[in-house]
Design a protein around this ligand. Structure first.
Ligand code: EPU
Length: 423
């Protein structure tokens, strides 16, 4: 298990660049298989979830070149194979390949998706949409099988509940059908970026509130270049780092997509300012921020733990409620150990800001928990040890190196595997 030691309370200062969005890049890379012609993505984040997807595409005989933040995908030699590669069960976003395969091959066999353990995360809404489109599914152990059962030509598919993943997957899976209306969909900025790309490669899609209208037409060959939107969660992670520990300038910030969390920080008296695509965040104490997570444009669940750290050392009381995932409250037991004043009741947390946190030893459970623990360590007195810190690499490019470059004192302790471990 890899761990880090953070020697806390060092003032941080500097300029940091935000990269392309993880949650846009993952479905976009899968959607590249739907193109007729080569695709060049710019602004692709160098994170482990994308490396895993690239490995899958190569195993499917795609020609993939990944240089810096440019990713060129040529799917000319793509052929059907069961998706039984270990990478499929490592990441969550591999489930987007199901929708893509149903459109391309009318069938799919895949290992059940993995990803952050932040709740039960069933895929029943995806399967229900596939069924409405004529596909039958069955699960055996850790494998999922889907195959076309009946031909549908003109259909209205209604998602039973709002889901980011199921909305995109329903869209991916319906593209071989003549005419489809998808109802009750949910597209956050990342999903909207994917729709822009699908239109670029030639699909005929119209969006009207939570409805999607799709009409099939034949695709022509084209070489498509698409620049991925910048990551709103990475942006806010550095904003909060600045507010907790120093004076940071964050570049490439997708400010329009962050109106609600930025507004909350301003109203609470934190020292932030923004112009164009730049945010400046300066160490400051603000009033406790009360919030409930909700789909965009509400408060993002991915930022809940990070705002928890801010509230733990803010001024006064706050109440936060997690309404999307049922197991995203790990950070509060760590903050409690570090001296925060916290009471958790189900999916609600009551906080009262304290002056200072003390260093603890802890273990990260998921990507955003890892980010929140690192922020906690950076503003605590003493040396915080975080095991499994490298979960951060699933979604943040070069996070530790960048944080050190801004003045943090962090030691990376890599797990020493004995030479004879494999006999
Ligand atoms: N849900 C179901 N059944 C389904 C699908 C979802 O019950 O078939 C439930 C989920 O368990 C959850 C709720 O519906 O309680 C919402 O889930 P949703 O499908 O909207 O989220 P997701 O597609 O699983 C994506 C991001 C998450 C992000 C959420 C919300 C990816 C790969 N993941 O998850 O990102 O939190 O949307 O914005 O795009 C992260 O980046 O750390 C992360 C977890």
């Amino acid at each position: 298990m890899n761990s880090i030691k953070i020697h806390g309370n060092q003032p941080l200062k500097g300029v940091v660049q935000v990269h392309g969005s993880k949650n846009a890049a993952i479905p976009l890379v899968c959607a590249s298989l739907l193109a007729k012609g080569k695709v060049l993505f710019r602004n692709v984040p160098r994170i482990s979830d994308i490396d895993d997807l690239v490995a899958i595409l190569r195993k499917l005989d795609c020609n993939v070149r990944f240089k810096g933040h440019l990713l060129m995908i040529d799917n000319t030699n793509l052929k059907y194979k069961p998706l039984l590669f270990e990478e499929c069960s490592k990441i969550r976003g591999s489930y987007y390949l199901i929708g893509v395969f149903l459109t391309l091959f009318s069938k799919c066999e895949i290992l059940l998706p993995g990803g952050c353990k932040i709740g039960k995360r069933p895929i029943d809404l995806h399967l229900d949409a596939f069924e409405q489109l004529g596909f039958e599914s069955k699960t055996e152990g850790n494998k999922l099988f889907l195959v076309k059962k009946k031909e549908v030509t003109d259909v209205v598919v209604r998602l039973k509940n709002k889901s980011v993943g199921a909305s995109l997957n329903a869209l991916f899976s319906c593209l071989a059908t003549d005419q489809v209306i998808l109802e009750n969909t949910l597209f956050e900025p990342e999903g909207k970026d994917v729709i822009v790309f699908l239109k670029q490669i030639g699909y005929c899609i119209d969006v009207e509130e939570d409805r999607i209208y799709y009409k099939k037409k034949s695709l022509d060959f084209r070489f498509v270049k698409h620049a991925i939107i910048f990551d709103r969660m990475e942006t806010m992670t550095y904003v909060i780092m600045g507010l907790l520990c120093g004076n940071l300038t964050i570049q490439n910030a997708p400010i329009a997509d962050l109106q609600y969390p930025l507004e909350l920080l301003l109203q609470s008296g934190y020292q932030i300012s923004f112009t164009g695509t730049v945010i400046k965040a300066k160490k400051s104490k603000g009033k406790g921020i009360c919030l409930k997570t909700a789909p965009y444009p509400g408060f993002p669940t991915d930022l809940q733990a990070l705002f928890g750290v801010l509230n733990a050392v803010g001024e006064g009381e706050s109440v936060m409620e997690e309404c999307i995932f049922e197991n995203r409250m790990h950070i509060y037991s760590d903050l409690l150990k570090a001296g925060a004043s916290i009471r958790v009741e189900g999916n609600k947390v009551y906080l009262k800001g304290v002056n200072q946190l003390a260093a603890i030893s802890c273990q990260a459970c998921d990507l955003r928990h890892a980010a929140a623990l690192i922020l906690m360590g950076l503003c605590s007195t003493g040396t915080t040890v975080i095991e499994q810190y490298d979960l951060i690499e699933r979604g943040y490019e070069d996070f530790i190196r960048k944080t050190i470059a801004m003045g943090a004192e962090i030691e990376v302790l890599l797990n020493q595997v004995p030479n004879n471990v494999n006999g």
